[in-house]
Design a protein around this ligand. Structure first.
Ligand SMILES: C[S@@+](CC[C@H](N)C(=O)[O-])C[C@H]1O[C@@H](n2cnc3c(N)ncnc32)[C@H](O)[C@@H]1O
Length: 194
C-alpha cells in the first residue's frame, strides 16, 4: 500500500547524490557499529544501494542483501551496481512487512531513511529480529523530527524515542541512541542471545 509516505523512485538522483556523504558518512556509520567480522548484512529499504556498496567494501567477503519493495529501484540496482559487487551484493525484492530470507542468518540488519515510510514499523522490527543471529545488531537511522535543510515533512518523521520504544517492544536489548549525525538520529540495539 502506498500511503503517500513512500519514496518516489522518479527522484532517484536524490539517493545517488554523493553530497549525502557529508551528512550521512558511510565510514562514520561503519566505524560506530564496531562489528567483528560480519558475514551477512541485510539492508532493508536499500534504494539505489547508496549504503550497500560502501558497507560491502568494508567487508568484501561478506554478503549484503539489498532489499527493497519498489520494482523500479530493484531494477535500478540490478542494472547499475557495478559488476565488482557481483555475488557480494544480492538484490532482493521484498514485501512491505516481510523479507524473503531465512531465520537467524544476519550479523547486521540496517534501515536508513526508511523508518518513517513503514506501514507497520513494529512488524518490520520483529521481522528484522527474525533475520538476525543471536547477538546480531540492528541499526535504524532516520531523519530527526525537526526542521532540516532537506528530507521528508517533519509531520511524518518518527522520533528516536519512539524508535527506541519499538525496538524494546520487538524484544531487542542494549538499545542505544548515538549522537553522531547532523540531521539524523542513529539507534542501535542487539538481539539477545550470544
Ligand atoms: C528514502 S529511501 C532510502 C534508500 C536508502 N536507504 C538510502 O538512504 O539511500 C527509502 C527506501 O525504502 C524503500 N521501502 C519503503 N518501504 C519499504 C519496506 N516496507 N520494505 C523495504 N523497502 C521499503 C523505498 O522503496 C525506498 O527505496
Amino acid at each position: 500500500m502506498n500511503t503517500g509516505k513512500k519514496f518516489n523512485p522518479k527522484k532517484i538522483q536524490k539517493l545517488t547524490d554523493p553530497g549525502r556523504k557529508v551528512f550521512q558518512n558511510p565510514d562514520l556509520i561503519w566505524d560506530t557499529l564496531n562489528l567483528s567480522a560480519p558475514e551477512i548484512l541485510v539492508d532493508i529499504g536499500a534504494g539505489a544501494g547508496f549504503f550497500a556498496m560502501p558497507l560491502s567494501d568494508k567487508v568484501p567477503k561478506a554478503t549484503v542483501y539489498a532489499c527493497d519493495t519498489a520494482p523500479e529501484l530493484i531494477e535500478w540496482m540490478e542494472t547499475n551496481i557495478p559488476t565488482r559487487y557481483a555475488g557480494r551484493i544480492r538484490v532482493i525484492r521484498s514485501e512491505e512487512n516481510s523479507i524473503p530470507l531465512a531465520d537467524g542468518i544476519a550479523d547486521l540488519v540496517y534501515m536508513i531513511n526508511l523508518h518513517h515510510e513503514l506501514d507497520s514499523p513494529l512488524t518490520m522490527l520483529k521481522e528484522s529480529r527474525r533475520l538476525l543471529k543471536p547477538g546480531g545488531a540492528i541499526l535504524v537511522i532516520d531523519w530527526k523530527k525537526e526542521e532540516t535543510p532537506m528530507g521528508p515533512p517533519v509531520s511524518i518523521r518518527i522520533s528516536p524515542k519512539t524508535v527506541s520504544e519499538q525496538l524494546q517492544q520487538a524484544d531487542f536489548h542494549l538499545v542505544t541512541e548515538h549522537d553522531l549525525l547532523e540531521y539524523h538520529y542513529f539507534v542501535t540495539a542487539k538481539k539477545p542471545g550470544a
